[in-house]
Design a binder for this molecule. Structure first.
Ligand SMILES: NC(=O)c1ccc[n+]([C@@H]2O[C@H](COP(=O)([O-])OP(=O)(O)OC[C@H]3O[C@@H](n4cnc5c(N)ncnc54)[C@H](O)[C@@H]3O)[C@@H](O)[C@H]2O)c1
Length: 336
């Protein structure tokens, strides 16, 4: 690494799932790290291994508060902007919050970065911005294909796409050095496992609690799941390479699997084969009517491979095994 701008970093959303893993990695390579988080979905437990580290500062703050961001961005070289309202259930339950925090919050982060001369910004975007484009695998220059605006599920995609436009406009207008990372279904230890969390964590928690995983829709919809350490590798590479400035990258894997297969695989790896079987329910069961699914989602990661030297290393079975082990050790779910 050894680049000056990596010395003093700030991670918005640093107490969240991806943010906390990133904070650990940044500390391990010698950075001074400020965590800026309002602890709405993140937690201090996520930072348990590093919270007393001599090079960490943990600040409770909200990205909607521009004054506070201005304070905290003084003397920061690199900002990793991970804070957001995340999770499909939140998009359909509180679309207004998703829209406002995920757009104005990012605007505030970019404003504070500009005013304080922050050298590098890494913005956490999402595979959701491609919507239901069927052109698989999805390349970075793919079209965005979205449903109608009365379907709340598209609020997150729209706000994050607005953010990407903001990033490109700030680069053009003010010369900020920004890299956009579009994460594809990241999973691993510390992923939110409540109904507001991601599908892998939700399934693992249910299976370890001896409850069948609930598969929505047909179960034939696919995703390409990415283990957290691979996502952090990609994030670090993006912050180190000057060729990454001004670019958007897919950060994901080629581990495509249907959601029904995922449920069965988790049952098998948790040692519950023959004991549990996935249950199929309509989408309304979880998300009400304001939902529309994306049937296939797989990234083309060749741009990240070529420019960043990114290479996902953890296959789905191994990643799931590690995640199941972590949940067994830590989560409240009991096998009884
Ligand atoms: N997990 C994934 O698969 C995935 C996929 C695509 C994109 N992303 C993006 O990656 C980033 C991190 O996601 P995650 O999965 O770690 O989610 P997360 O919910 O665990 O982390 C988000 C963090 O942001 C904090 N936060 C939320 N609102 C805030 C506010 N107003 N001010 C300050 N902090 C606030 C939360 O407390 C939490 O710690 C997000 O920007 C998300 O959109 C994640």
């Amino acid at each position: 690494m050894g680049r000056k701008y990596m010395n003093r970093v700030l991670v918005t959303g640093g107490a969240g799932f991806i943010g906390s893993h990133l904070v650990e990695r940044l500390l391990s390579v010698g950075c001074h790290v400020t965590v800026f988080d309002n602890f709405s979905s993140g937690s201090i437990e996520n930072l348990a291994s590093v919270k007393s580290h001599p090079r960490i500062r943990i600040v409770k703050g909200d990205i909607m508060d521009l004054n506070m961001l201005n304070e905290e961005f003084r003397d920061v070289d690199t900002v990793f902007h991970m804070a957001a309202v995340v999770g499909v259930k939140k998009y359909v339950e509180n679309p207004l919050k998703v829209l406002l925090v995920n757009s104005f919050g990012t605007y505030n982060v970019l404003e504070a970065a500009r005013k304080n001369g922050v050298e590098r910004i890494i913005f956490a975007s999402t595979s959701e911005i491609y919507g239901k484009n069927k052109n698989i695998p999805l390349r970075e220059d793919a079209d965005r294909v979205l449903g109608p605006t009365n379907i709340d599920r598209w609020t997150y995609s729209t706000a994050k796409a607005f953010d990407e436009h903001l990033c490109f406009s700030y680069m053009k207008t003010y010369g900020l050095k920004i890299t956009i990372l579009r994460y594809f279904n990241i999973y691993g230890p510390r992923q939110e496992s409540s109904e507001y969390g991601g599908v892998v964590a939700i399934f693992i928690k249910r299976v370890l609690s001896n409850k069948p995983p609930i598969v929505l829709g047909t179960g034939k919809q696919t995703r390409a799941f990415t283990y957290i350490s691979d996502a952090i590798d990609g994030t670090m590479l993006a912050s180190e390479k000057k060729e990454a400035i001004g670019e958007a990258f897919n950060i994901g894997s080629r581990n495509e699997i249907t959601i029904l297969e995922l449920a069965n695989l988790i049952i098998e790896l948790a040692g519950k084969k023959g004991v549990l079987k996935p249950v199929i329910e309509p989408y309304e069961y979880f998300y009400g009517r304001s939902y529309e699914d994306i049937m296939r989602r797989v990234p083309d990661i060749s741009k990240a491979e070529r420019i960043l030297g990114y290479k996902p290393k953890v296959n789905l079975r191994d990643g799931l095994k590690k995640t199941i082990e972590w949940f067994k050790k830590t989560c409240k779910c009991s096998a009884r």
